[in-house]
Design a protein around this ligand. Structure first.
Ligand code: GDP
Length: 525
């Protein structure tokens, strides 16, 4: 098979949802269709148990499982599908943001009872930033939920994306009859239980009396009314607008009953994008580019201090990866021979010899990689689009053991490379601030520094609101700003300038007083 054909058959995507909307259940059904697993219940949820939510050791143990489910690859009807798992716990949201940089599209699960929830809103923001194509699956139609029209309004209102229903529910909860596909004009009846084979009845004319026979007069009339209205309102799906992230096709179903899932998967394969071109510095690299390129979007550390190896997850962007080849690490300006590489199949890892654009491979790492690193055959540059976001909580690092300063510095650096948290070093003095998204990350850092590096730290509260990356057209203005705000200037891990704002009101004031300075809430601008 040629590289172009390999690219053509690949789909790399992630499922996002608020916890409990049904991501794990949907994942499992998709894997069943792909034959990647044989029975329900085989997919471990990466969700953290309720009682473990404040116990991070327990969480890490459970997260350990998630290496196996980080990437689930399977074949379905001639396509190679790479499904990337997105951690559910909000304290590790940055992991999820970064995973979204490695996908070409997203399926978003919404619970029809609860509607659009907060975590979905946050994840959708990341998708919008990157114009990632999104398909929405409205789940749990076997329950009494919100009115479907209201759900569509909610998605548009809260998520800032236009919707385009491709299927429509008939009844809901106890009276749920099934869904009508506006895409291929067919009716699927809901029978409850695990429906492995969805039977669809085609309707070239929805006015056919066959419809009454299947769902009765009341539902038939209601459906005809709905379909007429929806067709007037939406017409044909503008696939281009879906691909550019403007319009989200919407499906209705019930994951646990495996209802509407096959339809979702089949349509997904028809319309979703293959591996897309990506920007290496300023140059667009297409997947068919002859040179192999890829970037690291996630690093998973081994929690066992005796085996301090890590797995770097690399998304292949172009060309063909061949194990045993020498590849160029652009940040370190060095060639590395990659002798070990892992592919992730639904439940197992296996050594692979070659891989193609869209694929995710795991590289054994002894500390050479950090998030955002780029590998090529010789081309220089880095893949952009993996920004850091301003953290939400800050603490000052207090070294409790001066004899272990070296170990502390090394440990901090490696943990930051893994993306566990962000470190900001103040320009004045030697103060260091660690910024995180969730409280639990401080405990993770403290524990790991102690157990893996022998360093002792404490974290002292800091009055900080945001870390803003700063820039200005005129370097003189930037310098003026830096010298007038010296105490509040720090550097991030890449040595970029950051303004540490103490409060929202104060930041606003500073922004007003320094109109020539741009303040950014992400590290890429
Ligand atoms: P996740 O947190 O998004 O991964 O959610 P899960 O897949 O673990 O599902 C959360 C709960 O919702 C579980 O108890 C599922 O059995 C249940 N669930 C999933 N899909 C459906 C559905 O279609 N209908 C109903 N009634 N429950 C569902």
């Amino acid at each position: 098979m040629s590289i172009a054909q390999e690219i053509e058959k690949r789909r790399t995507f992630g499922i996002i949802s608020h916890p409990d909307a049904g991501k794990t259940t949907l994942t499992e059904k998709l894997l069943l269709f792909g034959g990647a697993i044989q029975k329900a219940g085989a997919v471990k949820s990466n969700k953290i148990d309720m009682h473990a939510r404040s116990d991070w050791m327990e969480i890490e143990k459970q997260r350990g499982i998630s290496v196996a489910t980080s990437v689930m690859a399977f074949e379905y009807e001639g396509s190679k599908i790479n499904l990337l798992d997105t951690p559910g716990h909000q304290d590790f949201a940055e992991d999820t943001y970064r995973t979204l940089t490695a996908v070409d599209s997203v399926i978003m699960v919404v619970d029809c009872v609860k509607g659009v929830e907060i975590q979905t809103e946050k994840l959708m923001e990341v998708c919008r930033m990157r114009s990632t194509p999104v398909i929405s699956f409205i789940n749990k139609l076997d329950r009494e939920g919100k009115d479907p029209y209201d759900l569509l309004d909610e998605i548009e209102g809260k998520l800032g994306i236009e919707v385009h229903p491709l299927s429509w529910p008939i009844g809901m909860g106890k009276t749920f009859q099934g869904v009508y596909s506006l895409y291929d004009k067919s009716l699927r009846l809901f029978k409850g239980g695990q429906q492995l084979h969805e039977e669809a009845t085609k309707f070239s004319d929805i006015n056919s009396p066959e419809l009454e026979k299947l769902i009765g007069e009341r539902y038939a009339n209601q459906l005809r009314e709905d379909v007429e209205m929806l067709q007037d309102l939406y017409g044909e799906l503008p696939v281009e607008d879906y691909l550019s992230g403007k319009v989200a096709p919407v499906f209705f179903g019930s994951a646990v009953n495996n209802f509407g899932v096959k339809e979702l998967l089949d349509t997904f394969l028809k319309i979703s994008p293959n591996p897309k071109p990506r920007k290496l510095d300023e140059e667009m690299i297409t997947p068919t580019h002859k040179e192999f390129t890829g970037f690291v979007f996630k690093i998973h550390a081994n929690m066992d201090p005796k085996h301090r190896n890590r797995i770097a997850f690399l998304r292949i962007c172009s060309g063909k990866f061949e194990r045993g080849s020498n590849y160029y690490h652009t940040r370190q300006d060095k060639k590395f021979r990659i002798s070990q590489a892992t592919a992730f199949m639904a439940q197992d890892k296996e050594t692979i010899d070659e891989a193609y654009p869209g694929d995710i491979i795991g590289l054994y790492d002894t500390g050479n990689f950090k998030i955002g690193d780029t590998l090529t055959e010789g081309m220089k540059g880095i893949y952009t689009g993996i920004p850091a976001f301003s953290p939400e909580i800050f603490r000052e690092v207090i070294n409790k053991d001066a004899m272990k300063t070296k170990q502390l510095d090394k440990g901090l650096k490696q943990l930051m490379d893994e993306g566990v948290a962000q470190l900001f070093s103040f320009e004045l003095g030697s103060r260091k601030a660690v910024g995180v998204v969730g409280q639990l990350q401080f405990e993770v850092i403290q524990y790991r520094l102690k157990h893996e590096y022998g360093a002792s730290v404490e974290f002292a509260p800091m009055q900080l609101y945001k870390a803003c990356w700063i820039s200005a057209k005129d370097p003189k203005k930037l310098n003026e700003f830096i010298s007038s705000k010296q105490r509040h200037i720090a550097r991030d891990k890449d040595d970029k300038l950051v303004f540490m704002a103490e409060s929202k009101a104060w930041l606003q004031m500073v922004q007003d007083n320094f109109p020539d300075i741009q303040f950014h809430f992400t590290s890429e601008f």
